[in-house]
Design a protein around this ligand. Sequence first.
Ligand code: CA
Length: 710
Amino acid sequence: MVDEYSLPRVFIAIFIFGLLVTGCEKDTAGNTVKVLADNPDIEWPLHGRDESEQRFSPLTKINDKNVMDLGLEWSYQMGTYRGLEATPIVVGGRMYVSGNWGVVHALDAASGEKLWTFNPEVPGHWGRYGCCDVVNRGVAVWQDKVFVASFDGRLFALDINTGKPLWEVDTIGKQSPYTITGAPRVVKGRVLIGNGGAEYGVRGYISAYDAQDGALVWRFYTVPGDPSLPFEQPELRMAAETWSGTEWWKIGAGGTVWDSMTYDADNDLLYFGVGNGSPWPRAIRSPGGGDNLFLSSIVAVRPDTGEYVWHYQTTPGDSLDFTATQHMILADMTLKGEVRKVLMQAPKNGFFYVLDRITGELLSAEKYVAVNWADHIDVDTGRPVKTKSYGAESEIVLPSPAGGHNWQPMAYSPETNLVYIPTRDLTGLFALSSEWIETGSLTHKPGWWNIGLDWKAFTDLAESTDLDTLPISHGYLKAWDPVAQKAIWSFQHSNAWNGGVLATAGNLVFQGAGDGIFRAHQADTGDILWSANIMTGMIAPPVTYSIDGEQYIAILAGWGGSAISAGDARTSAAAKYGNYGRLLTFKLGGSKPLPVLPERNLPVEVVEPREFEEEDIRAGALVYMEHCSVCHGSVAVSSGVLPDLRKMSAGVRSQFKKIVLEGQREALGMPNFSDLLSEKDVGNVYQYLLYRAQKLSIEQLKGPDSEVAL
Ligand code: CA
């Protein structure tokens, strides 16, 4: 059992962790606005194609009988080598897609021809506040505007024809390390957007802005502020009663709404998912216990006002980064002979939930991956029956903080009645901050990862483990029967970090993988009917649309996101080919050659073997782990997205201090760490990297029988 789930890989998992344009009319101000046709079925107008976020297309021109004839029609260079997570929006024959930082590209969806681009010009130093790369999950299109949120928390309305900003609002105030990676949604003329940053210590909320002028309409805070002050919303009084034993509001408390939203128009309910606490362990955040509402919860509100209607907390009193921000799907299904309006979610914690979406009542919950933190979910109380306490004792955790399922969207086919979930089995380690155990006091270091765990424990574990001998962790595409609550078929990937999913009425399911293979499965059986090696790892979900009777399948390729730290270089296309971001669009009979990427094999600069001071290496390893590993990879082994620092050129080495302490590469997203790190820290990290490089170069030089010793 343990082998199957790659027990020693803990340090990696821990973060180490159609609308058709049919015409124009004048609005009241006399401006020309687009009128959208009432046939959204043939395009991809909303984030999850429709408001229920099923990610199911009724198009059937490409189907299980002919998908083997799929070929490339066009490709577009995204101009980045970092992670790409966006769902392209296709409306009126045009595609609107975002890249890193919130850059937007508008393309002709049939030809790939560029129409315009928009760059929010995010200052590179804000990259430091990304837990998981400088990604963006997409735009929203509504009437004559395209909406996008930039990585540094600004929300923009762009002219749909030119990409010129019509209005811009700062949604975060820049006082705290918030970021935005999620896609806005537009419901009833309001632009909805949340934010991220719980790992650094922020207070989560979701805001609604008037789509016409950017005026703030309402804001819903997910965690209570100082209870001695008036609460912003009445239900925060109830929430505050579930926190105790500390001044949680001084450390933000977390609960960011960084991804998932769904809207039920029939019942006028907006649902959003809430993230983890800040810091992670409840023992620190709320030592007196309690559920800590609304962390790790699904919340239903009225979209006009933000008025609270119900909530369901997936992980009460969470200590494990078990966010409930994962994709939610709305569907009507027959359960025990009765048609129920349900909401489905597979949050990080490993259970697949089916809720009554009118009331929030739990209908069923079962494990969709290996889980050891809870035995089961009690359907009568709606609460997990826990197996562990997560206090001073270190614990192995399944799933890991990376989640049994993360943000990569799943898909639901109303034809097969199956949910297709991109899952993974990774193991995490819970080790409470030794500093906190010793002092019992709440420490919050601005600009640091304030997750309340013990970096030293992770460093020791990582340094004592031989990466190359660890079993490879796997991701899966699981076809899940939400009524029977069990997998019908499952496909094992060679890599743990793979893409979101698309289901179509052509009895097909499409998914891209971290190893660079894009596949079409038969939806009912899982058989692979078509695949293409596109040489760039994929985490984004594919979309499909039809123009002039031709059906297209489009996907963003570009590995990254959490994979920049948690990905395995041994199986990633990024490590093998670089990570060139591109948008690829396929159709039946498409015959454009796939742009071939050369294999790269970066050499390690050969250096004279030398002795290192053990004390410097240990000190450098700890600083590296705490401040560098989240982007550059555990034990200085990059997943292939950002530079592998063991392979620094002589030129980079000579500039090392300037890069880290003077911000020489800040514009590229490599932050200036002069406020956190001393010259001595940087010197130790440098020594540590040389030590790691030497270890690698000796490994590369020695044959299988070599007696070279380290
Ligand atoms: Ca988190």
